[in-house]
Design a protein around this ligand. Structure first.
Ligand SMILES: *Cc1c(COP(=O)(O)O)cnc(C)c1O
Length: 224
């Protein structure tokens, strides 16, 4: 590769910086999570070599197979669990991850609190909100958020902020704006929103964490 060519990582970073300008945010206010799910270590190493240090996976088991060896070589990596979490995997998740993005129900609050207590490790969690009120989608209902937040706080779980995956194939901006308002109403500063198709929009609307896979790694083989 000649030195003039830009890599996908440079491009995504530049796009984030551009999206920050009109809302007078600093590019550093937006953490880029490189979503490496389904991709093998060989595909991840080039990004690590380029300096990327924050990665996202959506399955505990897949991450357990892939990351321990990489973490030995790159111990300063921060790993985020971005996918739905089953309560029986809570302990494994707390052991491996630095941040969990899909806390969405009381049973998971209990399981995570218990795991954190047992391992003596407090992992910051985002509460996922079902901003589009979609039946099939994870996330707590907008109306259920205050109660869930109270439960999580009482259980001693550090709350990083709110996370959403807006409905597929429609303009995401209103949903990002809604999540930002819910966060402000509940005095939370973290906003995990925006994927390959809409991370610039999310950054303009206040995202503190964008979760970008395809734009960095290319298409995935299977639908995850
Ligand atoms: C897969 C995934 C992403 C990344 O999606 P891309 O469109 O590939 O950028 C972001 N967030 C969650 C929760 C995901 O499961």
């Amino acid at each position: 590769m000649d030195s003039e060519a830009t890599t996908p990582l440079q491009e995504v970073r530049a796009n984030i910086a551009r999206a920050c300008t009109p809302s007078r945010r600093e590019p550093d206010d937006v953490t880029l999570i490189a979503v490496s799910k389904t991709h093998p270590a060989e595909a991840i190493v080039p990004l690590l070599e380029e300096g990327q240090r924050v990665f996202g996976e959506n399955r505990v088991q897949e991450a357990q197979g892939k990351w321990p060896a990489l973490l030995e070589r790159y111990p300063d990596v921060e790993l985020h669990l971005i996918g739905q979490l089953q309560s029986n995997k809570a302990e494994d998740a707390v052991a491996l991850f630095d941040c969990i993005h899909a806390l969405d129900r009381p049973s998971l609050v209990k399981a995570l609190a218990k795991a954190m207590e047992k391992l003596g490790k407090r992992v910051p969690c985002f509460i996922q909100v079902n901003v589009g009120s979609e039946e099939q989608k994870g996330g707590c209902a907008v109306e259920a958020l205050p109660e869930l937040l109270t439960q999580a706080r009482e259980a001693g779980i550090p709350i990083a902020g709110l996370m959403c995956i807006p409905p597929f194939d429609i303009e995401p901006a209103p949903f990002f704006a809604l999540l930002a308002k819910l966060a402000a109403d509940n005095e939370l500063s973290g906003l995990s929103m925006g994927m390959s198709g809409d991370y610039q929009t999310a950054a303009m609307l206040g995202a503190t964490h964008v979760r970008v896979g395809t734009a960095l790694f290319g298409e995935r083989d299977s639908q995850h």
